[in-house]
Design a binder for this molecule. Sequence first.
Ligand code: UD1
Ligand code: UDP
Length: 372
Amino acid sequence: MEKGKGPTVKIINVCGARPNFMKIAPLMRAYRRHKNLQPLIIHTGQHYDEKMSDLFFRQLEIPEPDMNLGVGSSSHAVQTAEIMMRFEPVVLEQQPDWVVVVGDVNSTIACALVAKKIGVKVAHVEAGLRSFDRTMPEEINRLLTDAISDLLLVSEPSGLENLKREGIADEKIHFVGNVMIDTLKANLEKAERSNILNELDLEPGNYNVVTLHRPSNVDDTESLSRIAEAFEAIQADLPIIFPMHPRTYKNLSKLGLSERFDNMKHLHILEPVGYLDFLKLMSKAAVVLTDSGGIQEETTILGVWCLTLRENTERPITISEGTNTLVGNDSEKIVSAYRRCRSRSVDDPPIPEKWDGRAADRIAELLVNECY
Ligand code: UD1
Ligand code: UDP
């Protein structure tokens, strides 16, 4: 389809939680190249703190959401149901051609389900990823969203295999690459100018970065204590910078672990930081220790060691072609993997296929073409 030709294609783009914002930013840019696309942004309000939401709209130059559903935090059932109830009238009023959902958060499945039942086509960005761990809420969200989506936009080859095995029709599946990496590439130069290392008095290569927010790590005293034990050893080698997710911050005091973390002289807890500062922090770190999904991918492209404090990953390419290692939350395992990283440098930064900064362009093209 030639750009600018044909009737308008209306697309509702859903976002709700921090990792969604990096994924919709490049889509909004790519849509602008098609005159016949009319994109809307609906923010569910799953994340709402300034440093978990608005900051990313400014830094990534995402247009203001057309509507914020303001759902806030609650249990899985209540949050998912609230999103559905508040999203349904929006879809009915707007009558879009597509609802685009990204990633694997509660906002993803809730909005996909609403759209599909009204008869609006659903496109899932980051389809096909599987951890094969159904105790993870995100795995349930991924499986269900993919089962009902009309267009499955895949970021790495494992996604193609997984969807095929699950019996999804070939014609719905497209290997487009990774929108998270579109955002990384678009912002690397800007991030280079961040002053965060000076502000925190850090030398490139002489500190580690940590993020944690998975319930399996941070909702359980024993797991978080094992992780604390590992951090006690690691911060004695190099300082740890720990921009802390609000879930983790609340749990530290709830689980009685605040003092233990405060007592680590070289572990520095910060509020969550903006994308540009975080990218700068990651890019110059010795080792990144995390349970985040997106950070496994970003460290692979940055050529920085990543230790993932989980037993599994839905992003296996970051292990086979990248810098990632799964270490779970056993303290000895974490520390010995950390020492291995410290003893050698990463070779050439590997680049998985189609992680080239153009995934969103491919997606925009498909959304237009599938409507004619
Ligand atoms: C959610 C996603 C997870 C994703 C993560 C990214 C689901 C099931 N989980 O997990 O897949 O990796 O976001 O960060 O969708 N809170 C605040 N302020 C905020 C947001 C949250 O204080 O702006 C606190 C609240 O106490 C809330 C808790 O964090 O109860 C958890 O928030 P929630 O969105 O339910 O899950 P996350 O752990 O953030
Ligand atoms: N991130 C950030 N500031 C932080 C921590 C993370 O900008 O303090 C970015 C990170 O670079 C990545 C995204 O947030 O782009 C990952 O989000 P998160 O870990 O919350 O979610 P997940 O990827 O696990 O779903």
